[in-house]
Design a protein around this ligand. Structure first.
Ligand SMILES: [Zn+2]
Length: 922
């Protein structure tokens, strides 16, 4: 098996006597063990009269087995020992996975394996879970991706399994006289959950022999029967489904054109990846590219190439274009440009270096493989096993054996107007159809012959040309020698008023990569909502302005990202380290020289306003959390306030603002990874030259948090007629000591399983149900939330309050032994070693931003956590959240379908009112 030289795990493949293929992974760098099991079954296998059955069965497997009949026991067990678990159902595969502290892996896997051997599939849970599936379906009714899928399914060959509805709802899963779901889900399980269709991965610090023993012992009883062949006889598109223009109405204000080409399955070419060259060229963003020309003509804002649904006998190759208003009115002009570009690609003459650049990057990412969490790598491996031979399981995704011009030519032959479907997404069109499940307005019409003819004979356009060689590509990146003495933590290597440089050389992960963070505080940025809004606009305009110039860097594996925060701006670079300083120098120069032009100002201002207005279409629970976040953080205004503030801003005002954006600043820098100290010192002089003396400690920004002490309950009812009911109850803690943080984290961990069990499984209030630890600017807080398609928010609120007020019972019923496991489980989650340079950099950077300059908060937090007794947590609940013997301070946010409350519903007024009565703290 081909394995990365940087991958120190041990692997072993084996096949059990029943035919189940297993991969065992010995990973001695994690305290967690993980398992993932993928089955070659998905919604494509649903009987036509029982759509959603595969998904329904996936849910049912969690709800009790003969050996462990209690439907909530598995989840409780996993969370008690610091683990997590989930599952998903896709078109042709279903995957189940979990992780847990390795000391309890054996017991967890005993529970997990029973899913696939003897699930109860009880009548009681069949009835309950049907409602949960329905809630899950309704949750995504406003999701534009799902809606587009629904239209897609209605406009393909109805005989192809893709045409079926995948999620299921109370209608497709209802019982009928001659058809009982209970019996059918059993049959489906028996037909498809067969060892020969399964791939299993077990990963953990256990020895390979031990893992092998577990696999044999626990999974040998999975049904060994022969599986039915899973072949799809019908093509996804018949001729009558091609050469169509499909217009679709989105929920969000979004304008897109998807040019979609129907390809056969291309999985078999994975060793060559001929599509990579097409993705490279069509998706290019530099000079001469499709996107560059579309932008020059004010037709588009962004473009991606190569994505699209794929499966056993089909692959859509999509070019997705985010349109401007002008673009939306001129889609034929856009399509002409795309075909003019495609005409430039001549497989026989095409330069080899496009493929070679992609290949060298794939090799670098394979060779310097970065570890992911065991649960993530186990899942990925279980799915790779479904697609690749054992030898290629780890390498298949990276393999690029050489440019095969015949294959390229073969794929290119499908990028023809005759083989195309156009999907135009936008409001205000004429729609004469409504899709069945998601009720999406759409229309479908043929593309005229004359257009097909015209696009078939597109000639070159002088404004379009293939990209030159990329100078940012590093073919042989090198890992630098270690400087002495080797440091384990970042250190300040330079500090003056307003400029602090942190540095750590870190080659622990043996990757030629690095991270640079530059935080630029500016007090004027948060002086007013207008300034906050203009800062966001600056970020968008600047990022667009430089995209062409630095696209080569992105292609070469160096990423940069400018974003606004609650004190100013952060510029972040990541990826291969060697050429990052060079890129950074150019970026900082451009940041200083930025000039805004009128056309772009209008376009991006409008874009941003639309973006903020679209927040009204997010699901209700997300809207409530967004409001909570802006309420608690006065320098993080709500979308509505930002839109109101930006609307009247003129280009003159904006220019005056950004010209002073870097005049009074304070800068913190962190450079981490494959570098020497000299690199950081060079960086320092670049910053000194760029921002000459404009920085000072007096420009540091402290971020305020709302103080709701002694306010009792603050209630914010919101009328969202088109959305699900929802309620969030949030308890912000008064102090930000680590002891308080530890108790709040623990409370969320302890209360979660019971809350989930009561609200989702028993009462079936909804699909989105939970208790979360939600810190806001270092102040810990506890949030309870439910989104429900049918229970009014006030009812949700009172059920949640009853739960909260009686929640001490949960602590009382926990035995001392279970308590100790809980503490250790949570501690081990916090203790988990950084699995990659990226995770480590993020952790250090967060500590620097939080003034945790000894990087010791995590270890103190763990100490505090391990000290908490049952009695301590009981008191925490009684003092901070329960209203049994006092009135706690909390915020409750409600999403109501109708205006029932007499309370003023104007959110902005309400937010300002609360802001006026409360003070802030830091
Ligand atoms: Zn589901």
């Amino acid at each position: 098996m081909k394995k990365s030289p940087n991958d120190h795990k041990q692997y072993k493949a084996l096949t059990l006597a029943n035919g189940l293929r297993v991969f065992l992974v010995h990973n001695n760098e994690s305290s967690k063990s993980a398992a993932a099991l993928a089955v070659n079954v998905g919604h494509f296998n649903d009987p036509i009269e029982r759509q959603g059955l595969a998904h329904f069965l996936e849910h049912m497997l969690f709800l009790g087995t003969e050996k462990y009949p209690d439907g909530s026991e598995y989840q409780q067990f996993i969370s008690q020992y610091g683990g997590s678990n989930n599952a998903w159902t896709a078109t042709e595969h279903t995957c189940f996975f979990f992780d847990i502290h390795h000391s309890h892996f054996d017991e967890a896997i005993d529970r997990f394996s029973q899913f696939f051997i003897s699930p109860l599939l009880s009548q009681e849970f069949v009835n309950k879970e049907r409602k949960n599936i329905d809630a899950e379906f309704k949750l995504k009714l406003k999701d534009d991706i799902r809606r587009l899928y629904d239209v897609h399914k209605e406009t393909v060959n109805p005989q192809h399994p893709f045409a079926k509805f995948s999620v299921g709802n109370s209608e497709t899963l209802a019982d009928h006289e001659n058809s009982q779901l209970h019996a059918e889900v059993r049959t489906f399980f028996e037909d498809y959950y067969l060892a020969k269709a399964m791939t299993l991965v077990l990963e953990g610090p256990q020895k390979i022999e031990e893992l092998s023993q577990i696999a044999k012992e626990k999974f040998s009883a999975v049904n060994a029967a022969q599986r039915k062949a899973n072949t799809i006889e019908q093509p996804l598109y018949l001729p009558e489904h091609l050469q169509k223009l499909i217009k679709v109405q989105p929920v969000k204000d979004d304008k897109q054109l998807i040019i979609s080409f129907a390809l056969p399955n291309i999985n078999e070419f994975y060793r060559n990846k001929p599509e990579a060259t097409l993705v490279y060229l069509l998706g290019h963003e530099g000079k001469g590219s499709i996107l560059s020309l579309l932008k020059q003509q004010n037709l588009a804002l962004a473009l991606t190439a190569g994505s699209g649904i794929h499966g056993a006998n089909f692959k859509d190759f999509n070019i997705s274009i985010k349109l401007t208003d002008t673009g939306e009115a001129n889609i034929n002009q856009i399509i002409t440009i795309v075909f003019q570009y495609i005409a430039l690609i001549e497989p026989a003459q095409l330069a080899e270096f496009y493929y070679q650049e992609k290949k060298s990057l794939a090799e670098i990412s394979f060779q310097y493989h970065e570890k992911s969490k065991p649960i993530d790598s186990a899942c990925q491996l279980a799915i790779s096993m479904q697609h690749y031979t054992n030898d290629d399981v780890l390498y298949g995704d990276y393999a690029m054996d050489g440019l095969d011009r015949n294959l390229l030519s073969y794929l290119l032959s499908f990028l023809k107007p005759q083989n195309m479907r156009l999907i135009a997404i936008g409001k205000n069109k004429d729609f004469d159809h409504v899709s069945q499940w998601y009720r999406v307005p759409y229309s479908i019409s043929p593309i005229t012959n004359s257009l097909i003819q015209k696009w078939s004979s597109c000639k070159n356009n002088d404004a379009l040309f293939l990209p030159p060689k990329n100078n940012y590509i590093v073919v042989q990146p090198e890992i630098l020698t270690n400087e002495e003495p080797k440091r384990l933590l970042p250190e300040i290597i330079s500090q003056e008023s307003g400029l602090t440089i942190w540095f750590q050389q870190d080659t622990l992960f043996k990757v030629p990569k690095g991270y640079i963070y530059i935080n630029i505080d500016n007090p004027s940025v948060i002086e007013s909502v207008e300034n906050i809004a203009m800062t966001r606009l600056f970020v968008d305009l600047f990022s667009d302005d430089i995209v062409e110039e630095f696209y080569d860097a992105e292609l070469a594996g160096i990423n940069y990202h400018l974003y606004s925060n609650q004190g100013g701006l952060t510029l972040q670079l990541s990826g291969l380290s060697e050429k990052q300083p060079e890129l950074l120098k150019h970026l900082l120069k451009r940041l200083q020289e930025f000039q805004c032009i009128e056309d772009k100002f209008d376009l991006f201002k409008q874009q941003l306003l639309t973006h903020w207005e679209n927040a009204n279409n997010n699901k209700s629970i997300s809207q409530l959390f967004a409001i909570l976040s802006s309420l608690m953080q006065p320098s993080n205004p709500s979308s509505q306030l930002l839109a109101d503030a930006l609307a009247p801003i003129s280009i003159q005002t904006f220019k005056a603002f950004y010209q002073n954006l870097f005049s009074q600043i304070s800068i913190d820098v962190f450079m981490h990874g494959n570098w020497h100290k000299q690199h950081a010192l060079n960086l320092k002089s670049i910053i000194e030259q760029t921002f000459q003396q404009k920085y000072s400690d007096k420009n540091k920004v402290a971020v305020p948090v709302l103080n709701i002490e002694k306010q009792g309950q603050l209630q914010l009812p919101l009328t969202l007629p088109e959305h699900d009911h929802a309620c969030v109850i949030y308890f912000p803690m008064l102090s930000k000591t680590l002891a308080m943080t530890a108790k709040t984290m623990l409370a969320s961990q302890v209360l979660s399983p019971d809350f989930f069990q009561e609200m989702r499984t028993e009462k079936q209030f909804g699909y989105l149900v939970g208790v979360s630890f939600v810190p806001i600017n270092k102040y810990p807080g506890l949030a309870f939330y439910i989104q429900s398609p049918n229970i009014p928010a006030s009812e949700l609120e009172s059920a949640m309050k009853t739960f909260i007020n009686t929640s001490v019972k949960i602590i009382e019923k926990t035995s001392e032994e279970d308590w100790q496991h809980l503490l250790k489980g949570l501690a081990s989650q916090l203790q988990e070693k950084d699995s990659s340079l990226r995770i480590k950099s993020q952790r250090f950077w967060a500590s620097i931003c939080n003034n945790d300059h000894n990087f010791s908060q995590k270890s103190v937090l763990i100490k505090e956590l391990l000290k908490i007794s049952r009695n301590d947590l009981k008191n925490y609940i009684l003092e901070n959240i329960s209203s049994i013997n006092q009135t706690p301070d909390f915020i409750s946010l409600l999403s109501c379908k109708t205006e029932k409350n007499s309370v003023s519903d104007d959110l902005t007024t309400k937010l300002i009112e609360i802001n006026n009565i409360c003070s802030t703290k830091y």
